[in-house]
Every structure is written in C-alpha cells, then in structure tokens.
Design a protein around this ligand. Structure first.
Ligand SMILES: [Zn+2]
Length: 167
C-alpha cells in the first residue's frame, strides 16, 4: 500500500519519511481533512516497528491543475519520533506535475530536439532537464556513458528522483 523513497529519509532527531499512496487528489479537495488517509499500521523505520503511530496534523501541498492547495496527512511514531507524510503516488516531492508528464516532456525534447508545446512553460521544462543532467553527473559520475533518458532510469533505479534540483 505504501511506497517509500529511501533517498528522501531525512536523518536527525526527527526523521521524516514520505510515503506514497494511491490517493485521490480530487477526493482530498472535496473531503479536506476528513479524507480517509491510509495509516501505516506500524512504524516503518528500521529497528523500530512500533504500533504507536499517531496522527500528526496536516501539511499543505499544491498540485498542477487544481486551483487550491490540498491537505496531506502526517503521522508520527510515538516511540522513535519519525514523522510520515502521506503523498499521492505518481508525484514527486517539490513537483506539482505528475512524474509521467515530466518524463514525457523530456522524451519529447530528446526525440524531437525541441520542447513540447502547451501545458508548461519552456523554462520549466528546461529546469527539469538541467536538474536531470546535474543529477546524472553527481550520482552516476562522469564515466556514465548513456544518454539522459538512460540516466533518468538509472537514477530511478537507485531510488532517486531524477529531476529533483540538487542542493
Ligand atoms: Zn518508530
């Protein structure tokens, strides 16, 4: 039910984990905080596994195509202090556009040598490609011989978000 991205785990006193789940953004907009967010039955942190996972408020998030922000539920483990944010599957953190749309835009650029028209500004698409190139350099190294799309998959395979701006 949950997909957890290990690269997003923030170490520290209060670890924060993002859990991706099949949420309906439309449903959350309609129901607000009453939406039936799934709850992790036990803490998913290595070595914890506590059953005391409690509600921990909400955070605001924006998604492309919706005129207002939605509330995403958070949980906290009473024993280790780990905080969980439940996010919709198919969206990367700090990105309002679904992952598949970002991928489609990049493929279009590589295939046709120009940016996809309509939908998003050119600048936004350029930023995705810039971040992807940077991530390939940082995480796959100068010796990586594939093209950017191969790099995209290689980064995903390593549990990374290919277009997350590094730093
Ligand atoms: Zn815990």
């Amino acid at each position: 039910m949950f997909f957890q991205d290990p690269s997003l785990c923030r170490p520290g006193r209060y670890g924060v984990l993002l859990l991706f789940s099949m949420l309906s953004i439309k449903g959350i907009l309609e129901m607000g905080k009453e939406y039936a967010f799934p709850r992790p039955k036990t803490c998913l942190r290595d070595g914890c596994g506590s059953c005391r996972v409690w509600g921990h408020g909400f955070v605001e998030a924006w998604f492309e195509g919706y005129g207002k922000p939605v509330w995403l539920k958070r949980y906290i483990c009473a024993d280790c202090g780990c905080v969980y944010t439940i996010r919709p599957f198919g969206y990367w953190p700090r990105h309002r556009v679904p992952a598949r749309i970002i991928f489609r835009s990049l493929c279009h650029r590589i295939e046709h040598g120009k940016w996809e028209k309509g939908g998003f500004t050119k600048q936004r698409q350029i930023n995705w490609l810039k971040a992807l190139r940077k991530n390939i350099k940082i995480h796959l190294g100068m010796s990586f011989a594939g093209d950017v799309i191969e790099g995209f998959f290689e980064l995903l395979h390593g549990g990374r978000i290919p277009v997350l701006r590094p730093g």
